[in-house]
Unconditional design. Sequence first.
Length: 203
Amino acid sequence: MPTEKPEAPAPVPSAVTCPRCGASGPSVRTVPDACADPDSRRSGLSDRLAKAPGAHSRLDSFTHFLEGMVLAGIGAGLAHSGVQNDKPLYTAGGAVLAVLLFAGTLWVIRGEARERAVVTAGGPRAEELWRPAHHCASCDCVFYPGGSPWPVPLTTDQFRKFVWTEAGFDRYVEARLATVELPPRTPTGPAGPVDPRGAHDHA
């Protein structure tokens, strides 16, 4: 009987080395792995490496709608009380308050729906850029092992600005990362140490 050939061992993936400080091993992980670590949530790293800006869920919007309708109802009740008690000031004030609260609630709900649409539309592109990136815990930089789509290491805020800009989250970039500058795509000299604090947000 022919003997079965032993299966070839699976190839061992080569260690990824940080191009900034030369670290490898446990210090260098993919961005998804780094964000999944519970310690990264406590330290704020997962927020600095966020794939997309947070958007209000449909449940949030529904809750806001109910809250707005309750407040508008209070205004309508005040107007009704003014009519019954012949108090024109209560009637006018309650009616104006009810209309403003109703319109404001609809405006907020519509804005939240637009935010969800923007984040949903840019999600695939953000995922494409976010997933292959690696984070180095030794120098707190983010890089792409193959040098593409960005050939030089980035701070966490620079990485977030790059991903969010490419994904079309321009409104959030302007609000949170306007002062963050991306480095040149081509290195201009020897790489120096990365400031672990990065370029932080300015809301």
